[in-house]
Design a protein around this ligand. Structure first.
Ligand SMILES: *Cc1c(COP(=O)(O)O)cnc(C)c1O
Length: 446
């Protein structure tokens, strides 16, 4: 492994990374969709199969989670227009930000209130279906409402599920697994918030706490699960199923945009800004969007200045073979959902040719944006979920952002653009904790 000084020589941007300065990086390995399409490890059929599976479970989900009934058991979030927030950003940054601003409100996803309600719940259901099919308990044509019964709870209680998490993945997998009847063990990193652990324990989930960060919680969880043949480990660093669960969002999003009369084509580019931790959530969504919209969509990841693991992995080409700690960055951030020091190698390699770029945001900026979003649009998000909303400012202000726009001939198309920021979580945060976040952001605005 090279020293930090050697890395800096090779990649000067690392100077800013180690000084916790906000950066914007455009991806030199980005390729036109046609060049990368044949090398992608998953196809649109895989995403469609995942969507079909979620449809099979919808009657069951509607039965056991009442808040999903208005969408008939489909776990999906609305899109909000945020024009007042846009105006406020233009005013603060003294910068015109052409195009329409939309917020994808995964903070309002039912069941677990974050983007993890996509991948996490999907993988638990997939595993449940695999077991039920294997033991002849169910057929694909059946109405899965039957899963809501003592018979199935007793069946699933013979099996367990384990996962390592900074909080939100544990919430989604813990809540879903406990509901269907699995025994479930969540290995929580030091960043995990107390209320998330309390909530899980109240649902009968076993929570094991670590003093170390996310990578350690995952490693320990994986190790312990290996010793029990009936324990299934949901591997956030490598899971194809989690990734597909997230990718389903893209199929639905393109329909939602059509319903809102938002055009995405050659002359109407779509920019999407996604907060990134280990990479599965934003990677899955970006991958799905590329399949659907190809060169008309431009995906950017957003990471905390103290946890830029995906940027580091992509820039050096080392993916999961390098961590932010290796270059002296501490991985300590208020954005608990993004507090990951080592990115997923699986995701990094898949998105290498399709990701447009990555930028970092300081914790103070996340808090300020949190207060601004509440003041302007009355939408309450958790700190991690604000990383995406500053994306259009970065694109328009940073030199590398401007170069990206010019290289892709997007200059005169910006006025027709749509900027979609992915709001990845927030509705489960207890009110008094949200008020603390808000007050902190409000005081930083002055
Ligand atoms: C987990 C999480 C993310 C990022 O997802 P990864 O799969 O870890 O990259 C973003 N925002 C919130 C609120 C999260 O909980």
């Amino acid at each position: 492994m090279k020293t930090t000084q050697e890395w800096i020589k090779e990649y000067p941007l690392i100077t800013d990374l180690v000084n916790f300065k906000e950066v914007f990086w455009s991806n030199p390995k980005y390729e036109p969709y046609q060049n990368s399409a044949n090398n992608l490890p998953l196809k649109v059929e895989d995403v469609q199969a995942a969507e079909e599976r979620l449809k099979r479970f919808a009657p069951y989900i509607a039965n056991v989670f009442l808040e999903t009934r208005n969408l008939n058991g489909i776990i999906e979030s609305p899109i909000a227009e945020i024009p007042v927030f846009k105006q406020k950003l233009e005013q603060i940054y003294q910068q015109s930000l052409p195009g329409k601003f939309l917020l994808k409100c995964d903070n309002d996803l039912p069941i677990s209130g974050s983007i993890k309600a996509r991948g996490g719940i999907y993988e638990v259901l997939k595993h449940a279906e695999d077991l039920a099919l294997q033991y002849g308990m169910i057929r694909l044509e059946d109405d899965y409402s039957v899963l809501d019964s003592e018979k199935f709870k007793i069946f699933f209680s013979k099996f367990s599920i384990a996962v390592g998490s900074t909080g939100n993945l544990g919430l989604s997998i813990g809540i879903m697994s406990a509901k269907i009847g699995f025994k479930v063990i969540v290995h929580m990193s030091a960043d995990a918030k107390q209320w998330k652990k309390d909530l899980l324990r109240s649902k009968g989930v076993t929570v094991i706490e670590y003093k170390e960060d996310y990578s350690k919680a995952v490693e320990e969880g994986r190790k312990q699960a290996q010793s029990d043949p009936n324990c299934y480990f949901i591997d956030d660093e490598n899971s194809r199923d989690l990734f597909l669960g997230y990718a389903v969002a893209a199929l639905r999003l393109t329909k939602q945009l059509e319903d809102l009369n938002v055009i995405v084509d050659e002359n109407h580019p779509l920019f999407v800004y996604l907060p990134c931790g280990v990479g599965g959530g934003p990677g899955g969504v970006a991958f799905g969007l590329k399949l659907m919209l190809q060169d008309h969509v431009h995906c950017f990841f957003a990471e905390p200045t103290h946890s830029p693991c995906m940027l580091l992995g992509l820039m050096t080409g080392l993916h999961d073979k390098i961590s932010v700690q290796d270059i002296g960055i501490d991985n300590i951030t208020a954005a608990d959902g993004l507090a990951v020091g080592r990115a997923s190698g699986f995701v990094g390699k898949v998105i290498e040719p399709i990701l447009s770029g990555d930028y970092t945001v300081s914790d103070d900026e996340l808090y300020r944006l949190l207060a601004l979003m509440r003041d302007t649009e009355n939408i309450c998000l958790e700190p991690s979920a604000l990383a995406g909303v500053i994306g259009p400012v970065k694109l328009c202000i940073e030199q590398d952002g401007q170069e990206y726009i010019q290289k892709k001939n997007l200059d005169d198309k910006l006025k027709n653009a749509t900027h979609l920021m992915w709001a990845t979580g927030g509705s489960m945060v207890p009110e008094e904790i949200m008020m603390d976040y808000y007050n902190k952001g409000f005081s930083l605005l002055k």
